[in-house]
Each structure stands twice: as C-alpha cells, then as structure tokens.
Write a new protein. Structure first.
Length: 217
C-alpha cells in the first residue's frame, strides 16, 4: 500500500506504518464482504519485490486475474478530498526519481484509491467510521490521458520543465479543465521530496468511465 504522503517526520514514522497495517486489516474485512457472492477472490501480497512492482492485491476469478495497487490518503485523515494525486516524480537525497504513475516497471492493472478515511476516535486503532474506495483501471486512464494529449512521454517532458524552472504550487495545463478535470501540483516548498503530481478529480474519472466507486461507508 502506498500512503499518499511525502514528508514523514521521524516521530511520526512509526504511526504511519501502524496506520498502514491497520488500514490493510480493515480493508481486508471490507473486501471479504465486497467480493462475497462473486466469482472473485483476493490475495494480499506481502512480498516487497511484488509490492515494488505496484501489486498490493491480486483479484482472481480462476481464469482472469488483476494486479491491484492500493493508494491511501492516510496523510488526510478525517478529510474527504475531491481529488487524487498521481505521482510523476520526486526527489530522494536530492536525486530525481520517477513517480509511480509513469513508472513502466509497475505491473498494476487497477488502482484502488482509498479516500475519505475517518477513524473511530483520534486514530485508526479503534476502527473506521467512514472510507471510500474508487477503482480506476490503469489502461483506461492512460488511454484517456493519451486522447487528451498527455501521454507518459508528454508528462515526463512537462515534469522536467516544471522541475527545472517551476515554482511551488498549482499549475493548470491546457489539456485539462482545471475546475472539472485536473491540474499539476509542484510541492516544492512544503515537502522534502518535492513531488510533482498530476492531481485529478475523482468525479472526472468516474464521469469518463475509467473508474467507479466500489465501496463507500
């Protein structure tokens, strides 16, 4: 599972890991109910090498299987954001690294975007009050962006220009309506890893039928 969080103070690191483990446990219970009565079964992947390839779950019906990458907004507990950030690049020890969204080594088929995470109490120790899961097909999203002129190569080029000359903040681009579809965001001043993200509205993804809400409570 990838936490949508880029700057973690040492004092918070253990809590972040604990939250990730707890959320995975709660999600497992949700998936058991969600897929009950269907032909699909899920298997949570714990091997790091497979997780690095963008596989947190494998959904299978015996003949077909899908690699699922869970992306969780654990940095935004008790908040329901209308958007989700798809990572284009980040810095680690001042060195540039390709973000997960345009990393061709990832073998993800579906993203499960975990948003609107409301714990029972001040943290996740006592369970979940609310959570929303949006399933997004990677190939459909890639195709939609290609149709809008935002191929991976174009996004890499924009990322390079923005990182070399850009300032902190939001960047509307001509290919997307900034109010109804999405923007770029360069977290230059408030994140140690200075990520550049393609921030897309969830209702845009649903409207274009590249994703759908698969669970909400």
């Amino acid at each position: 599972m990838t936490i949508q969080k880029y700057q973690m103070a040492n004092s918070n690191f253990r809590q972040d890991l604990d939250n990730e483990v707890l959320l995975a446990k709660y999600l497992n219970a949700i998936y058991l109910k969600l897929f009950k009565g269907s032909n699909y079964r899920f298997n949570r992947i714990n091997q790091l090498d497979r997780q690095y390839k963008g596989i947190d779950l494998v959904l299978s019906n015996g003949t077909t299987s899908f690699n699922v990458d869970e992306k969780a907004q654990l940095d935004y507990l008790n908040t329901s954001l209308p958007t989700f950030a798809f990572e284009l690049s980040y810095l680690k020890n001042t060195n540039w690294h390709q973000g997960w969204f345009i990393d061709e080594t990832k073998t993800t088929d579906i993203y499960f975007l975990i948003t609107g995470i409301y714990p029972k109490g001040h943290n996740l120790n006592n369970g979940l009050e609310k959570v929303k899961i949006t399933g997004v097909y990677k190939d459909k999203l890639t195709r939609l962006l290609n149709e809008k002129g935002l191929s991976h190569e174009t996004l890499k080029s924009i990322d390079e220009q923005l990182r070399s000359k850009g300032e902190h903040g939001k960047y509307p681009i001509k290919e997307l309506n900034p109010k109804t579809e999405g923007v770029l965001y360069f977290s230059k001043n408030n994140k140690d890893e200075q990520p550049i993200n393609l921030v897309l509205r969830l209702d845009f993804l649903i409207r274009k039928k590249v994703g759908k809400t698969i669970f909400k409570m």
